[in-house]
Design a binder for this molecule. Structure first.
Ligand code: NDP
Length: 512
């Protein structure tokens, strides 16, 4: 029941110093450090009006930006890139303050994001410039030209776990493709986003990139603000709400959602290298990585050696707030319940704790948890845990491993460890995911030319690489007649002779 409001009939109009209205919708959000709880920033909550105004400004900026020659856009983007790189220490400190992750991890994220921005800026023209295509027999008199034009204004909705790398995977490519961007960051990382936009305006001078801070309502307003595309990164559940909102106006959408990525360890793998990668991929950033490792399937001959190697490495990890910590606190406090639920379910159903267990969850920290022999239908195997929890199950052979890996509704990425890299690539190709790596985890994240995106509940559409640039472009077809067609059928006064000739050519080409 809603709390009763004692001053309901009192308008407060005559009161020279009205008491603040506890029941009014908050207009600002306070960002607290997940480690200490101390307030690290206060940001406006943008509503429909503010979001609408930002999109309006973006429209004007988009016209200016799209009309620039490609090399001028590249120069502007590279100036922004230099601003980010020069301020990388400040940016990393801000990421750390808002997410709680160690400074080294924050710095790594900035490095990767800048690498992508650089690639997008330098390659946009090459990928998107108009090109002549083969005209074919029927239209030999035409020149066919394929061109890519900017969409206009792209709304980017981002998560908090990698507050620079992840949203910039959409923002950089959308900007490089000639669009203006209105970016709504997670309410957990508004300061990072604002810093990025301030640097942009400092480098470019026009509001081609703007940030609207706020909560889920702000994101919902952006979906309904008449933008030309939404690039959403976040959970599958929110993606469905966003998709429903976009459906109202047929606003196109790219969805980068969660994962439940599997690692496959073959009997011939370098067990120690695989264990190191599994522990980093599963527990780095406190397990809050969309394409992190959550499940490991190991061929029986190396199963116990692998579990021992993972145990040794995981037991040595220490979460904490200081610089010596291997990973930080949970950024989003309510995730603690999800993690505790998955661990409890796995243990209740026969899973064995190898490292940690039910008491590992002590918010805001979660100690490393390694579980084995977990039933494949338990929530620790079927749902995204998003915590430092690894499930390791033995498999009879690699076919069994692929079958189990693909049994998930999620399909973001995966990895395969084997000394036979050719066989590893063949196994990776059988994974129902958007990305895979052989003998590394997250290998694709550092290669800007590779596209990134998921399958099934992990989303659709692609960011990064040439496909990422095209995702934020409108493909256009153009024909230019070079000379009149010898057999012109596209007119009412076409001759029966021409039609008969066309039939003959058609049959010769296709009916033999
Ligand atoms: P959420 O789905 O909770 O939120 C994502 C974004 O959507 C936030 O900015 C959020 O705002 C906003 N939002 C919430 N409600 C709405 C709404 N009704 N309309 C529009 N926008 C809304 O995800 P998290 O931020 O918790 O991020 C974690 C998830 O993101 C994990 O599932 C992870 O796997 C996934 N992820 C996927 C990646 C990929 O590339 N595939 C990369 C990184 C993360 P607010 O926070 O203010 O509520």
């Amino acid at each position: 029941m809603a709390p009763s409001r004692p001053d309901l009939d009192d308008t407060g109009l005559d009161d020279p110093d009205p008491v603040p209205d506890r029941f009014a919708t908050p207009t600002t959000l306070s960002r607290r450090s997940p480690a200490t709880g101390e307030i690290v920033g206060e940001y406006p909550i943008a509503g429909e009006t503010e979001v609408g105004a930002a999109v309006e400004r973006a429209r004007t900026a988009a016209t200016w930006w799209a009309a620039l020659p490609a090399d001028r856009r590249r120069t502007h983007l590279l100036a922004w890139k230099r601003g980010l790189a020069r301020g990388a220490d400040d940016l990393a400190a801000l990421i750390r303050a808002e997410t709680g992750k160690p400074l080294t991890d924050a710095g790594l994220e900035v490095m990767l994001a800048v690498e992508h921005l650089d690639w997008a800026a330098r390659n946009a023209h090459r990928v998107l410039r108009p090109r002549t295509v083969r005209s074919g027999v029927l239209a030999a008199n035409q020149r066919g030209v394929l061109g890519y034009r900017p969409l206009g204004v792209v709304g980017v909705i981002g998560p908090w776990n990698y507050p620079v790398y992840t949203p910039l995977g959409s923002v950089s490519y959308a900007l490089a493709a000639g669009n203006a961007v209105v970016f709504k960051p997670s309410e957990y990382t508004p300061g990072v986003a604002q810093w990025l936009a301030e640097r942009f305006v400092a480098a470019v001078g026009e509001p081609v990139l703007q940030v609207v801070t706020g909560d889920g309502g702000t994101g919902a307003a952006l979906c309904r603000a008449g933008v030309d595309k939404i690039a959403f990164t976040g959970s599958t559940a929110t993606a469905k709400t966003v998709m429903a909102a976009c459906a109202e106006t047929l606003t196109p959408l790219v969805v980068e959602a969660g994962g439940k990525d599997a690692m496959i360890v073959a009997a011939d793998a370098d067990v120690d290298a695989a264990a190191a990668a599994a522990v980093f991929g599963g527990m780095g950033n406190a397990g809050q990585t969309c394409a992190g490792v959550e499940r490991v399937y190991v061929e029986r001959p190396v199963y116990s050696a692998f579990v021992d190697a993972v145990r040794a490495r995981a037991e040595a990890l220490r979460p904490g707030a200081g610089d010596e910590a291997d990973y930080g606190p949970l950024t989003m406090p309510r995730q603690a319940d999800v993690i505790a639920g998955h661990v409890a379910d796995a243990l209740a159903r026969g899973g064995r704790p190898v490292v940690g267990g039910a008491d590992a969850v002590r918010p805001p920290y979660v100690d490393p948890v390694v579980l084995t022999d977990v039933p494949e239908d338990s929530s620790a195997v079927t749902e995204e845990t998003f915590g430092p929890v690894l499930v390791i199950n033995p498999v009879d052979d690699l076919d069994d491993a692929v079958r189990r890996a693909n049994a998930s509704t999620l399909g973001l990425a995966g990895s395969v460890f084997t000394k036979d890299t050719r066989r590893g690539a063949a196994i990776a190709a059988r994974l129902r995911t958007g990305a895979a790596s052989v003998n590394s985890v997250l290998g694709f994240a550092a290669i800007p030319a590779l596209p990134f995106g998921g399958v099934g509940d992990s989303g659709f559409g692609r960011i990064h690489g040439a496909d990422g640039l095209r995702e934020f472009s409108r493909a256009g077809a153009l024909t230019v007649q070079r000379f009149p067609a010898p057999l012109d059928l596209m007119r009412f006064d076409r001759s029966p002779r021409a039609v008969a000739m066309a039939w003959r050519v058609f049959r010769l080409r296709h009916a033999r």
